[in-house]
Write a protein that binds this ligand. Structure first.
Ligand SMILES: Cc1cc2nc3c(=O)[nH]c(=O)nc-3n(C[C@H](O)[C@H](O)[C@H](O)COP(=O)(O)OP(=O)(O)OC[C@H]3O[C@@H](n4cnc5c(N)ncnc54)[C@H](O)[C@@H]3O)c2cc1C
Length: 409
């Protein structure tokens, strides 16, 4: 039976788990990543529908890992964000809020990247790093943690010992459950339909989000005459829309979007994701820590979930690498508590903001709509408040980890 002793075992090789593996591996730690997915699925275009709006902090981290160079040509800057309010699909109210790159220190606000390109670029770097073993198609049948070490038994009999286990298997998370970490789950009774479409009229690097009563519709620019859509609705309505044939689906999408991009055509399959707010009662235990969606699954209304997970990665990597250099035990409560304290304020603020934004915008109460409409108008005229929002969304405010500033560890 194969046995291995490592510094860190990472359960779940999504973007968050893989990025952590890469940073730790490049800094000399021995890492095993365990993912239940097959390798060929990972590289199949059909498997992916999501695209991400990466903020400046996330781009800086990818830059320092030399991943940004590989994906830059596939990415699309967002130069302008237009937020609009609608009381029904066919009635969009006149109030609008515009953020342009004048409010950013860079000449763009975010960069859009399709999930497949980002995942491929990270895995290619992992394959070249001798300190990382990435196990595909692997399921954990036993997970033991005690004061001195951890042990994972895989379904093929392989045993992995390590100083620390990181749970990055998304939500629901079997690694967190096995470690005795409980989650609080609040369903929004909303689901998001996601995909990519081609269009006739160029997007001119503009992202649009329309707040409709049953949820927001976001159209985000991709390279070429292509855009990603994230269309959130109450779940019953989302299921109805999802089950329409492509022609009827595109007609409804275009009506909701006021035909802003002319004729549209689906480029990818569409997928539907249930939306919930899920937060754990704690993020660390002795020799165990959770990151990414396992540690905070949030509403996609502000496109912040992955950016938040990347900030977890940057903070955890910095804590572990510096503690190891000082000769500390990286699985100890002392070290892991440094991480959880560091992340607490940022995660709580983003959870609060996304939850509040969805409550305010996803409703059809006339007074609330009117009040938020006036709020839009006032905000739109205030350069200071716009600057504040852009700076918060850049992921560069507060006590930020070195990697997010583009500095090596
Ligand atoms: C509709 C929608 C739109 C979004 N848009 C944006 C956006 O624009 N910007 C943004 O920043 N974020 C966005 N997000 C959020 C983003 O998708 C997530 O935050 C991000 O994908 C989380 O990554 P992760 O690696 O933590 O988890 P996941 O992507 O869920 O990865 C988990 C990994 O663990 C593996 N796994 C699961 N269980 C096991 C197991 N038992 N054993 C081994 N492996 C396991 C899985 O195979 C997978 O590879 C969006 C989310 C949704 C739903």
């Amino acid at each position: 039976m194969k046995q291995k002793k490592n510094n860190v075992a990472i359960i779940g090789g999504g973007i968050v788990g893989s990025l952590l593996a890469l940073i730790l591996g490049l800094n000399g730690l021995k890492i095993t990543v365990i993912d239940r997915q097959k390798k060929d699925k990972l590289f199949s275009k059909n498997h992916y529908v999501k695209s991400y709006a990466l903020n400046q902090g996330s781009s800086n981290l990818l830059n320092i890992l030399n991943i940004w160079d590989t994906i830059k040509t596939k990415s699309q800057p967002i130069d302008k964000i237009l937020l609009k309010q609608g009381s029904s699909i066919s009635s969009i109210q006149p109030f609008e809020l515009i953020f342009s790159n004048d409010y950013s220190k860079n000449n763009y606000l975010f960069h859009m990247i399709e999930e497949i390109y980002l995942k491929k670029a990270i895995v290619e770097k992992i394959d070249k790093c001798p300190n990382i073993e990435y196990l595909y198609s692997s399921n954990i049948v036993e997970q033991f943690i005690d004061k001195n070490s951890t042990k994972l038994v895989l379904d093929n009999g392989q045993i992995i010992y390590s100083d620390l286990i990181v749970g990055s298997d998304g939500y629901p998370s079997s690694s967190a459950k096995k470690a005795g970490i409980q989650h609080i789950n609040y369903s929004y009774n909303q689901s998001s339909i996601v995909g990519i479409f081609k269009h006739e009229i160029p997007h001119e690097s503009e992202a649009v989000q329309i707040f409709l009563p049953s949820g927001p519709l976001a159209i985000l620019p991709l390279s070429g005459n292509r855009s990603s859509f994230v269309w959130t609705n109450e779940t019953n309505e989302a299921v109805r829309i999802f089950n329409l044939n492509d022609l009827n689906f595109l007609n409804e999408l275009n009506t909701a979007f006021q035909n802003r991009r002319g004729q549209i055509q689906l480029e990818s399959k569409k997928s539907m994701f249930p939306i919930s707010l899920t937060i754990p009662k704690k993020v660390t235990k002795e020799r165990f820590v959770i990151i990414g969606d396992t540690a905070h699954k949030i509403h996609p209304i502000a496109g912040q979930g992955l950016n938040l997970g990347i900030r977890d990665v940057a903070a955890l990597a910095e804590v572990l690498i510096l503690s190891r250099r000082l000769g500390e035990d990286i699985g100890s409560r002392l070290v892991l508590n440094k991480y959880s304290k560091w992340r607490n304020l940022d995660v709580t603020s983003v959870v609060f903001f996304t939850n509040f934004a969805n409550k305010i915008f996803s409703n059809d109460n006339f007074l609330k709509k009117f009040a938020t409409g006036i709020g839009f108008k006032l905000l739109n005229e205030s350069k200071t408040i716009k600057n504040y929002f852009i700076s918060e969304a850049s992921g560069l405010s507060g006590d930020i980890p070195k990697l997010l500033k583009g500095c090596k560890l």
